[in-house]
Every structure is written in C-alpha cells, then in structure tokens.
Design a protein around this ligand. Structure first.
Ligand SMILES: [Zn+2]
Length: 156
C-alpha cells in the first residue's frame, strides 16, 4: 500500500491514479505532461525560425548586403550632414540592431570615421530599406562610405 500524494488516502502500491481523488501519482505519467512533450518539437521549430536558437552572425552574411548612396543634405546646424543610403538585403532573414561606421575620404584618402547605431532600423528579408545617418562634416571630405559593423537577426 502507498499514500496518495494528493488526498493522502491509502491506495494500492504502484497505482497510476488514486481511486479516490483521481490524482496521478507520478508526474511523468500525467497526460498533460505527454502533451507538453508532443509540443516540444513545435517550440524548437518556432525558436529556431525566429533566430532565438540559430544565433546567426552578420559576418557570414555580409556579402549578401549592398548599399547605394541616395542623398546628401547639409543639416545646416551643428556642422552635420545627413546621408541616406539604400541598403539591400539578399538574405532570407530580417535584421535589426545595426551598428555602422561612416568613413569620410577625400579622393580615396582617409580623413575620419564615425561610428553609431540605430536600434529602430529594421530590414526585411530580400528587401531594401533606407538608412539615414547624421555625421560630423569633415573638411575636404567628398566620399562617405557606409560600413556595417554588425546586424542581428530579428528575434521577434
Ligand atoms: Zn487521492
């Protein structure tokens, strides 16, 4: 004989369920536990698809991104320029949390670089998105190269 874990009445030893209160005596024999086990591959699939478990590195996908400089505007305040790039994402993933560097040059000669990030910018799979950066005007600069330092696969 054993004692029911729920109602503490004496029940047959090795019983799966208590004959008085119907409580399952072993947690892993409970039907609800089985349904959780059945759901597990589904959850793994969802987490994998949203990037939670896949942990993709931007450096492995860098060559699938390309940029074109679309517009440069003198911000007319604080000596700053607004440069808009069109970014093309040829990957199957949505990316966000961009960290980038703008390299200012004069006829190819490096003058300065400025780093920043933009947590609001998102680029969808196989699509294009504009990214406007706000940088300090460097005297004599006539080329501004956008370099993405890091991007993350969107988790949600
Ligand atoms: Zn019981």
């Amino acid at each position: 004989m054993q004692t029911c874990k729920s109602c503490f009445k004496e029940i047959e030893s090795g019983a799966l369920k208590c004959s008085y209160c119907q409580a399952y005596q072993l947690w892993y024999k409970h039907p609800q536990f089985y349904s959780l086990i059945m759901m597990l591959p589904f959850f793994i699939f969802i987490f994998w698809n949203t990037g939670l478990m896949s942990n993709k590195e931007f450096s492995d996908f860098e060559s699938e991104f390309s940029f074109t400089q679309e517009k440069i505007i003198d911000a007319k305040s604080k000596n700053r320029l607004l440069i808009t790039y069109k970014v093309k994402n040829d990957t199957e993933y949505q990316w966000d949390n961009i960290r980038y560097e703008i390299i200012s040059r004069n006829n190819g000669e490096l003058l300065a670089s400025e780093s920043d990030n933009n947590y609001f910018w998102v680029i969808r799979p196989n699509s294009e998105s504009f990214l406007t950066v706000n940088i300090q005007i460097v005297p004599n600069a006539n080329e501004w190269e956008l370099k993405i330092k890091d991007l993350e696969v969107s988790r949600f």
